[in-house]
Design a protein around this ligand. Sequence first.
Ligand SMILES: [Fe+2]
Length: 370
Amino acid sequence: MDFSFFMPARLLVGDNVVRENSALLAGLGTRCLLVTGKSSAKKSGALEDVTAALESHGIPWQVFDGVGQNPLLSACRAAGAAARAFGADFLIGIGGGSPLDAAKGAAIYAANPELTGRDIYDGHKAPALPFALVGTTSGTGSEVTRVAVLTDDETGRKRSVATPDLYARVSLGDPRRYTATLPRRFTVSTALDAVSHSIESYFAKTGTPIHRACAVEALLLLIPALRAIQEPEALPDSDGRQKLYLGSIYAGMAFNGPGLCFPHAMGYFLSEGYGVAHGEACAVFLPQFIELAVREEAQLSSRLLARLGLRKKELCDFIAGLTGDVELPRLTDGELEELLPRWQSSPNIARTPGDFTPEKQRAVLKTLFQ
Ligand SMILES: [Fe+2]
């Protein structure tokens, strides 16, 4: 087999899409748990739209807002228990990547109360409850993927759960409104996550022509939209927000299947231990990833750079310019060595072009953190 492509994702995007498609949400069940973070669902106006849509069909709802950045398994389990206690038969995740991924985890836990500890990473028996997603950032692409990244409470480490059960029944996007209240720092860091998804999946050994086409399309939207807000205080206009959102969706489609490479695997420790935003944590590794990919995959890289109309250095400088103010820790040799075993059996390392040996990993870390 040369490749397979499977993406049963239903996505509707446009102004007022939630209120105008309330029947799609109502069609998912009779009682709904809404999974949100602390503020973005409210501030963006998405929560108000979703509750109005549910109320127009007489559907009772309850909010679970106990989801933080980098959602913990315990928060997802608590949301699952809240869904059961409320008698919810479907969920809606509203917010950025964290609430959307938490809603996915909660949909599994709600239907599988026997799951404890880190069981969820190893599969589940009962099908997840149906769920819808309403995104308020442009980065994760969770709307179209079968992936949720959840943090193990015990180890503090992020890990993916990937199963067809984690495709939303429907995702609704109104980026011109819902991303309008997003501060610049989040706008850029979430867009950098999407840029990382695109570039990593494009070069992954597991990549396919269809996924690569999505990656190119994503970058053709994301790069100009990010260029337009390069000034320190600049925010995207309505057209820019639409481009960033669509770019994040294409990027989600690009990695949903092939998976990602070393920037995502190596970036996790920066979010877990040093509070670096996920998108920035991955993107700081991108210039080195691009150098490596150009060496290992000459044809693929020249095709990509030609499509983008950029030279390698221009692409690397562009990304470095957006991550220049990310505060990176300084690590000792001993601390670097302690990190390496994390990636010993990581699929992201295996997918990285060439043979990304521990020696090469060490060299990347030394360049960035010493
Ligand atoms: Fe990501």
